[in-house]
Design a protein. Structure first.
Length: 385
């Protein structure tokens, strides 16, 4: 049994050692551009049992300069969003990650990829995402970006959230789309970690160009572009691009108004109000006849129609009987959650009245929405005077 406990101790030590190695690997960071890596060795030996002078390179260590690795990625935090026609401030966010071993400034450029509509009023803002949550928090500064300029310096392994806002023109069709491409290009920073940088070799705000003369082990850090290829850029060019899809979601409404004679002689207002379809036989629009008006709204688009307001004032030649809502689909008009109270609200005279065509006999629908693929109706009964 003691041997077994000893084995457990060995296993525990081995696991702890493994955890320490793993933790050490995770804690590694990139060696900064321009750093000098210096190394020496010693050789001790004997001959005939007598120690000989040590051989070493202490006086002239083996050294090299760490070059500038230029690498980055751009990903869309909002890869697919929807927008309405005549809308402004539509947001897509991108994350730019500095995978270089130096601080880097960036040029942010937007472009349209495959599109069926062109976003307008495109504007760019950004912030250094200190906690990497993609959201502007206290302590993080939102900055306005001007095209062709340089961002603030971004430290190695830091993330930048780039926010692109745009507008959709009025009348843009349902299902129209735009692929909005953001490209981040690497620029020299204002403050580099590279001690070999100078104003002439690392001019702040200018594009970092890859070295083409072969590696020099010592001296100034050389620029090595090792970025991948994004959606529109080539690999090893110091830039990276990603796209976000904006799809227009809009209602497509068709509205009609029809009239049908339910009965030539219903006999009374109450009898007219009770009719749900035309009586048998030929019915004529004679004085005293009962008619039904139907205002029918159908939404064949993918977006919901909101803040609906439908009014209908009956002409002076009829007598209003009643009004109600109807549908030929599952739900018809529904409550507009952005309006106080419970909808839909159909306002109409509370009792039968003779219409004058100007100030009474008004039916009005408010606090209503009409979802995609739904039909809503206002049905009004009247008698011809």
């Amino acid at each position: 049994m003691p041997k077994l406990r000893s084995d457990f101790r060995r296993i525990g030590l081995a696991l702890c050692a493994g955890f320490l190695v793993a933790a050490g690997a995770q804690a590694q960071t990139r060696t900064g551009a321009g750093s000098t890596v210096s190394n020496t060795f010693t050789l001790n030996y004997s001959t005939g049992g007598f120690s000989q002078p040590q051989i070493n390179n202490t006086a002239s260590p083996t050294a090299f300069t760490v070059d500038r690795l230029v690498d980055l990625t751009v990903t869309a935090l909002d890869p697919s969003v929807t927008a309405a026609p005549n809308s402004t401030g539509n947001i897509v966010r991108y994350r730019v990650t500095n995978l270089s071993n130096d601080a880097i400034a960036y040029d942010f450029a937007t472009a349209n990829g495959s599109t069926t509509y062109t976003p307008s009023s495109v504007a760019v803002t950004y912030f250094i995402d200190l906690d990497n949550d993609g959201v502007l928090d206290a302590g993080e500064t939102l900055r306005t970006y001007t095209g062709g300029s340089a961002s603030v310096d971004v430290s190695s392994d830091a993330n930048v959230v780039v926010i692109v806002t745009s507008s959709v023109a009025s009348g843009t069709a349902d299902a129209a789309f735009a692929n909005l491409v953001l490209t981040a290009d690497s620029l020299f920073p204002v403050t580099s970690v590279d001690p070999t940088c100078s104003v002439s070799t690392c001019p702040a705000g200018t594009q970092i160009v890859g070295d083409s003369n072969g590696n020099s082990l010592n001296g100034a850090a050389e620029n090595v572009l090792l970025d991948g290829a994004g959606v529109t850029d080539a690999a090893n060019a110091g830039n990276y691009s990603a796209n976000a899809l904006i799809t227009v979601v809009a209602p497509t409404l068709a509205a009609t108004k029809s009239v049908n004679v339910f009965s030539s002689a219903p006999g009374s207002d109450a009898a007219c109000a009770a009719l749900t379809s035309a009586a048998p036989g030929n019915q004529y629009s004679v004085p005293g006849a009962c008619v039904q008006y139907v205002i029918s709204i159908t939404n064949t688009g993918s977006g919901q129609a909101t803040t609906l307001n439908i009014t209908d004032r009956l002409p002076a030649q009829v007598r209003f009987i009643k009004a109600e809502l109807g549908t030929s689909t599952s739900t018809g008009f529904a409550d507009d959650g952005n309006v106080a109270g419970t909808g839909p609200v159909l306002t109409a005279p509370s009792a039968a009245e003779n219409c004058n065509g100007t100030s009474n006999c008004l039916a009005n629908l408010t606090d209503a929405v009409l979802a995609s693929n739904q039909n809503g109706q206002i049905r009004i009964w009247a008698r011809i005077r």
